[in-house]
Design a protein around this ligand. Structure first.
Ligand SMILES: *[C@@H]1O[C@H](CO)[C@@H](O)[C@H](O)[C@H]1NC(C)=O
Length: 416
């Protein structure tokens, strides 16, 4: 079995684990329970579980059965194409996003749950250690995880990644399996020594803006130093992480000396590829859809909490979609432009669509791919929820092809 799995990997010395199994789900809960009790307390944990039980045991299954098998007309575009497992998990995530307080939710995605879970999944697939080297990088100003194929050689491509989670949830560790898979795909695509730096920024409410952008800038400075050439750096992120990345680009290129901007004078990266960016923190164009698991009210609460009280939540430096200045966007553009992938059915879809049109008009080299019937951050979620390998890697493969295409026209992808 382990040998069998290994041979399914690419020739690039990477690691792409198989789909999440029911055993994985049980093991995840075993790692989660003590952390919930430890971080949240026994009584609040029990309260949260008791409140969720009627939904998980009755309401969600009944809706699930009704929508999937009994009604022929009420199916949402996502449900029409989702497998039962994908559908069921997304219903639970939708419930959790609307009802579980972030201080409980963040434990689900924390290092202490995500790291043992990844190690369990690796062992189950016969890996004692990852063929892609990775280590934590912690300084006084920022922290993150550094992933590289060969730690002794210089990288020929660096992806700088900021994770999603509404600024209140998520960790670089929760994304590590996704990023190790992406690094493997990058390696098979022809990069000799691809690297990824995953920023672990401080979550709300431990801090709000500008802490996260300051950390993002310091992380970027570090990535530039390791990469040696800004043209081989591709900035990336999903959801709130993509907000941070767009915000970073606007900060680097902000000309208004009276604004509290960070990182001015640093070189622009070679490229940006974004997954379901939360372009505008608070927008009347965010409305619930039947497919997506995000909801508009919760998002605007998260958005306002992130902006905090040091900046208006409509300031482009914190909410990039509010930037309507074409010249500023042209200065903010990486040398090989911006590529955005998102789902047609997601709450953010109208705002993302708008931003892409605006960047196009401003003359940027912007490309996009919209997934019909798609929901928020599906390239990340499907790696965990889908079964077939092509489906699980579809998002990452598409982004990698775009990276290859755009960087091969510059000096970056030439052998060094
Ligand atoms: C959007 O969805 C959330 C959670 O399901 C719900 O609380 C809210 O009332 C919905 N908003 C609208 C405008 O329907």
């Amino acid at each position: 079995m382990p040998g069998h799995r290994r041979t399914r990997d690419n020739g690039g010395g990477g690691m792409i684990l198989g789909p999440v199994s029911y055993l994985d789900c049980i093991v995840f809960c075993i790692f989660l329970a003590p952390q919930l009790i430890w971080n949240v307390g026994l009584l609040p944990t029990i309260k949260c579980i008791l409140e969720a039980l009627p939904f998980v045991l009755f309401k969600i299954p009944i809706q699930f059965i009704y929508e999937r098998w009994l009604s022929s007309s009420d199916k949402s575009p996502f449900v029409r194409k989702a497998s039962p497992f994908e559908d069921f998990v997304i219903r639970c995530v939708r419930y959790a996003f609307a009802n579980i307080p972030p201080k409980i939710g963040r434990v689900f995605f924390s290092k202490r749950v995500a790291l043992p879970f990844l190690k369990f999944r690796m062992l189950r697939h016969g890996y004692l250690r990852s063929p892609m080297h990775w280590r934590e990088h912690v300084t006084a100003n920022f922290r993150g995880i550094w992933v590289i194929k060969d730690p002794l050689a210089t990288p020929d491509f660096v992806l700088y990644y900021a994770h999603g989670g509404g600024f209140s949830l998520g960790s670089a560790y929760f994304y590590l399996e996704f990023l190790l898979s992406w690094a493997s795909v990058l390696s098979s695509s022809g990069f000799k020594n691809p690297a990824i730096f995953a920023l672990d920024y401080t979550l709300v409410p431990d801090a709000s803006y500008p802490t996260q952008i300051q950390e993002a800038i310091e992380g970027y400075r570090y990535v530039l130093k390791v990469a040696r050439d800004p043209a081989i750096v591709c900035v990336s992120g999903d959801s709130a992480g993509a907000t941070l990345i767009l915000s970073l680009l606007l900060h680097l290129s902000c000309k208004d000396a009276s604004a509290k901007r960070y990182g001015v004078g640093l070189p622009m990266p070679g490229l940006a590829v974004l997954i379901s960016p939360w372009t505008t923190l608070v927008s009347s164009r965010h409305t619930n859809t039947t497919s997506d698991y995000l909801n508009a009210e919760q998002l605007s609460t998260y958005g306002k909490q992130f902006a905090g009280n040091k900046i208006k939540w409509s300031d482009p430096l914190v909410s990039p979609g509010c930037c309507h200045d074409a010249a500023w966007w042209r200065r903010a553009s990486p040398s090989n432009g911006i590529f955005i992938t998102y789902g047609e059915e997601e709450v953010f879809s109208p705002e993302i669509h708008d931003l892409i049109a605006r960047l196009n008009e401003a003359g940027l080299r912007v490309g996009s791919e919209v997934e019909p019937g798609g929901i928020h951050a599906w390239p990340v979620a499907s790696l965990f929820l889908s079964t077939a390998r092509e489906k699980r890697l579809k998002g990452v493969n598409g982004l990698t092809m775009e990276i290859r295409k755009r960087l091969s026209t510059s000096d970056a992808a030439k052998p060094r």
